[in-house]
Ligand binder design. Structure first.
Ligand SMILES: Cc1ncc(COP(=O)(O)O)c(C=O)c1O
Length: 394
């Protein structure tokens, strides 16, 4: 028998096991909702990005079913050949209206939107100036573009300025930040970065994946929250988190969107969303516009839960929204905290290096609009018991 050429993968997995960092996938056996069943156990779910509970909202479900009955389950083609249905165009029109931009293009995921856009708009002679905590899909897009990548320390606008000052005025530059940082829940300094972009003639891009449906009026995102409309050239959003379905989009000028229709590789080379997905996303926009109280409930729950964690003595970092990390430092300790919480009936995923810095391992929590106070109090009680047992709090 020939030697297994992939044997080194097993060795790497064994190393993860030795370090206590090996993760088995938790299997969801019910709907994605606040109290649900993972791995045969009923738990309070603090691990989803389903901020508004839209994954199971009746209006989204119904519209997805209607569209599936009308159009079938798939599109059978990429967008540029035969896979653009009228429902995809309707979704793009509705999103553009919602985001107050000229146009929108929808991608299969937020990841595809970021990676496909950065790699399409930049080339090897260009430069990206990027926050060190920007999402992996931005980093991959930068790498694919072959542009030079200059990273500034997290939210350090002065450091970004120093980088920009060192670059030739004639070089094309993209300044890029997350709107909400996915592991810490803090916001990018959009007004200051927009001012820098204007001063140095950069393309300004914001990845608002975790802000869509959460920040700004009716969940329009951080561009609306900071009132920097018209100052961000490329806005990325996702349809996979608060919107509750699947997909990503880019909002901007008609010319940007037409260009992406012609050059963004995930748009050109990967099949479009099933019609049921597009229909459910349209229904989600209706919910954001017509049921904004759902967003108020998300924020009330966020305040309640964060205050509770802080008063127990946990380090919740610098969060400014529903993403609330419980930072413990050591990776193995974060995994142990997550496992013990699970045994106590609370699912909060442990996150360690390389997703976060080696000494910043954590359990990440996200409350949703649909958690009840009893569920959140149950989770706080479990955090108190397990946190004390592991010596994380007193
Ligand atoms: C900041 C950020 N951008 C982009 C994405 C990708 O979004 P999607 O899950 O729709 O691919 C994520 C999701 O993990 C994210 O956290």
């Amino acid at each position: 028998m020939r030697p297994d050429p992939l044997a080194y993968l097993t060795a790497e997995l064994n190393a993860l096991k030795d370090q206590g960092l090996y993760r088995k996938l938790r299997i969801l056996e019910d709907e994605q909702k606040p109290q649900t069943t993972f791995d045969h156990r009923s738990v309070v779910n603090l691990s989803s990005n389903n901020y508004l509970g839209l994954t199971t909202h009746p209006r989204l479900r119904e519209r997805a079913l209607e569209a599936t009955r009308k159009y079938g389950v798939g599109t059978g083609s990429v967008r540029t050949i035969a896979g653009t249905m009228d429902i995809h165009m309707e979704l793009e029109r509705r999103l553009a209206e919602f985001k107050k931009t000229e146009a929108v293009v929808v991608f299969q995921s937020g990841f595809a939107a970021n990676a496909g856009t950065v790699s399409a708009v930049l080339g090897k002679d260009d430069v990206v100036v990027s926050d060190e905590l920007n999402h992996a899909s931005i980093i991959d897009g930068c790498r694919l573009s072959r542009a030079a990548i200059k990273v500034f320390p997290h939210k350090d606008v002065d450091a970004a300025r120093t980088i920009l000052q060192s670059l030739p005025a004639s070089q094309r530059k993209l300044l890029i930040t997350d709107g909400v940082f996915s592991m810490d829940g803090d916001l990018g300094p959009l007004p200051q970065l927009c001012a820098l972009a204007e001063e140095f003639g950069c393309i300004m891009m914001v990845d608002d994946a975790h802000a869509s449906g959460v920040f700004g009026r009716n969940g329009r995102g951080t561009i609306d929250h900071f009132d920097v409309h018209g100052r961000v050239d490329i806005q990325v959003g996702t349809l996979s988190k608060a919107i509750g379905v699947l997909g990503g989009y880019v909002a901007g000028t008609r010319a940007l969107i037409d260009f992406l229709y012609h050059r963004a590789r995930p748009f050109l080379f990967s099949t479009s969303h099933p019609p049921g997905v597009a229909a459910a996303c349209i229904a989600a926009i209706d919910v954001l516009l017509e049921e904004p109280k759902i967003i108020d409930r998300l924020w009330e729950n966020t305040r309640f839960f964060q205050t509770g964690l802080k008063s127990l003595g946990f380090n919740t970092g610098v969060s400014e929204g529903p993403i609330t990390p419980v930072i413990v430092g050591d990776g193995a300790l974060a995994m142990k905290l997550s496992d013990r919480l699970f045994d106590a009936g609370v699912f909060a995923q442990g996150i360690a290096f390389p997703t976060v810095a080696i000494d910043k391992a954590r359990v990440r929590t996200i409350v949703t609009a649909t958690h009840t106070r009893d569920e959140l109090q149950f989770a706080l009680d479990a955090f108190a018991t397990v946190g004390r047992a592991l010596g994380i709090v007193q």
